[in-house]
Design a protein around this ligand. Structure first.
Ligand code: ADP
Ligand code: MG
Length: 307
């Protein structure tokens, strides 16, 4: 499509840019030509239902675990349905073994549901072929795990750039972006180090930067503060909150920490693979109002050691 871009298409680019702004896709990182980030989105990655980022319909997941002696079926998700609006920061809360990680893995297309549907940007993702599904995974979704899952043989910067390889976006642009993200997260000075030499809080910041390299619409975090002390955990949480407040990124976070859950827009309580209850903490518009000032504090208070 590149060769189609000429002076006469500039008004079209302006319109597309505006529409993406309306759709909440606009980011602080902007390509002034509008070519890079806006013109290559295949239809299965585009937002068709503006307000709903994520929708689950009666999602079930049954694990058929065959061990040497026993064979048993585990119903990890037993008919889960909910919607998440664009820009919402939703927390998933529930006891250990209740199905939270399974739920996040299904939403992030790391695992297929046994039955039921998952819609991202209005697209039923499990109807897509494997190539398109992995496109969704790498370009629309950013994953953050409790144990960071960084590659210790690579530098911090290489870890952050890594997902750009799969989305065909590795270029000098993604190198610059990786450094910008590390700077925003307060760890640019660690770019050349190995993750293992960083504190837990710093490693989780690297993982957040990696999750953001492809500018995802949806960030999924599975107990991202679970291995961190209270103060560092709060800082990591504040970064996720900044994403939602300042960039309009939709965030779904699993947590055991009810205090943090109370600061998200909504908590979904899971028990035995079902939704037990939902608690609305904040109106979405209310969250947006309290954004900029708080995010400034976060980006400047960074390089605390967690261990
Ligand atoms: P949570 O994250 O809430 O602690 P999980 O989603 O990890 O819960 O697990 C939900 C249930 O599914 C548990 O009973 C767990 O043992 C089971 N489970 C999870 N993953 C697998 C798997 N790959 N194979 C078999 N059983 C699994
Ligand atoms: Mg879990």
């Amino acid at each position: 499509m590149n060769d189609l871009i000429s002076d006469s298409t500039l008004p079209v680019i302006a319109l597309v840019t505006l529409l993406q702004f309306v759709n909440g896709r606009r980011r602080e990182r902007e390509d002034p030509t509008g070519k890079e980030s806006h013109f290559h989105l295949p239809s299965h990655l585009q937002s068709t239902t503006v307000d709903v980022a994520l929708k689950l319909e009666n999602v079930k997941k049954v694990f058929d675990s065959r061990s040497a002696s026993a064979k048993k079926m585990v119903v990890a998700l037993d008919g889960v349905s909910f919607e998440v609006k664009r820009g919402e920061f939703v927390s998933i809360v529930g006891p250990s073994g209740s199905g939270k990680s399974t739920l996040l893995n299904v939403i992030g297309a790391l695992d297929r549901p046994t039955s039921g549907k998952v819609f991202i940007n209005g697209q039923d993702i499990f109807l897509l072929d494997d190539a398109r599904l992995s496109d969704v995974r790498s370009r629309l979704i950013g994953f953050i795990f409790q144990s960071y899952n960084l590659v210790n043989r690579m530098s911090v910067q290489e870890n952050v750039e890594f997902p750009a390889i799969f989305s065909e976006r590795l270029s000098s642009d993604s190198r610059t972006r990786a450094l910008e993200l590390l700077e925003t997260l307060g760890i640019k000075d660690k770019a050349k180090q190995k993750p293992v030499d960083l504190s837990g809080g710093e490693q989780q910041r690297v993982a957040i930067a990696r999750a953001l390299i492809n500018d995802p619409d949806l960030v999924l975090a599975d107990e991202p503060t679970g291995n961190l002390d209270t103060k560092t955990g709060r800082e990591v949480f504040d970064l996720l909150k900044m994403l939602s407040d300042r960039f309009g990124t939709t965030v779904v976070m699993v947590t055991h920490n009810l205090e943090l859950a109370g600061m998200t827009t909504r908590s979904i309580y899971i028990r035995d693979g079902r939704i037990e209850k939902e608690i609305l903490h904040k109106d979405l518009s209310e969250t947006k109002a309290s954004s900029a000032a708080a995010s400034k504090d976060i980006t400047s208070s960074s390089s605390e050691k967690a261990r």
